[in-house]
Ligand binder design. Structure first.
Ligand SMILES: Nc1nc2c(ncn2[C@@H]2O[C@H](COP(=O)(O)OP(=O)(O)O)[C@@H](O)[C@H]2O)c(=O)[nH]1
Ligand SMILES: [Mg+2]
Length: 217
């Protein structure tokens, strides 16, 4: 979803949060949109998405960030979740090796369901728990490079790099969208040949009365 509108904001970008259950997705979202953190784990926060409007290169961008309601536990995220997404934050927990191993499965899921141009950032969350770390930062970095993703370690608890992660995703999306808009403009210019006198048919109902609505009853 990358609509350009006139008033409240210049762009609306849908971003999805994915990754294993318990890695901190919902807390990353609440940290970014409400500056809140919850210590106890709640699998269902009850929101489909939360939004925050911010400036990206002088444009007002509304980020609409979608969170799962725990379906990831059953690997039952529907395609509607990914539909229209232009960005994804793929999160693992630096203290749980399994969540890092599952990153490749999540990438496959993204590549199967999301737009092929989607901007993906890998986030190693819970960087505040360094004493419990099992995934090295260099391993996260290497995987991101191999897969062509950007990468950061984050802490929803300490509000470390959460803002930066979304800023980076939004900036990458914005660059793609503005490049596309520019290419479309150039293409339109290039094809603006003198009119050949094509007739455009506009439906003309004349004076016939028009029925509003339809169907039986
Ligand atoms: N220490 C620490 N705990 C976190 C962090 N982010 C989330 N948690 C905790 O991890 C658990 C799962 O978080 P949650 O956001 O529900 O994960 P989700 O299932 O991916 O949405 C909760 O107990 C959170 O308090 C973090 O950055 N640091
Ligand atoms: Mg959650």
């Amino acid at each position: 979803m990358a609509y350009k509108v006139d008033h409240e904001y210049d762009y609306l970008f849908k971003i999805v949060l994915i990754g294993d259950s318990g890695v901190g997705k919902s807390n990353i979202l609440s940290r970014f949109t409400r500056n809140e953190f919850l210590l106890e784990s709640k699998s269902t926060i009850g929101v489909e998405f939360a939004t925050r409007t911010l400036q990206v290169e002088g444009k007002t961008v509304k980020a609409q960030i979608w969170d799962t309601a725990g379906q990831e536990r059953y690997r039952a995220i529907t395609s509607a979740y990914y539909r229209g997404a232009v960005g994804a934050l793929l999160v693992y927990d630096i203290t749980k090796g399994q969540t890092f191993e599952n990153v490749l499965r999540w990438l496959r899921e993204l590549r199967d369901h999301a737009d092929s141009n989607i901007v993906i950032m890998l986030a190693g969350n819970k960087s505040d728990l360094n004493h419990l770390r099992v995934v090295q930062e260099s391993d996260g970095q290497r995987l991101a490079e191999q897969e062509g993703l950007s990468f950061l370690e984050t802490s929803a608890l300490e509000a470390h790099n959460v803002e930066k992660a979304f800023q980076m995703i939004l900036l990458d999306i914005y660059h793609i969208v503005s490049k596309k808009a520019l290419a479309a403009q150039e293409a339109a210019k290039a094809s603006a040949v003198p009119s050949q006198g094509t007739t455009i048919n506009v439906v003309d109902y004349g004076n016939k009365p028009q029925r509003k609505g339809c169907c039986s009853n």
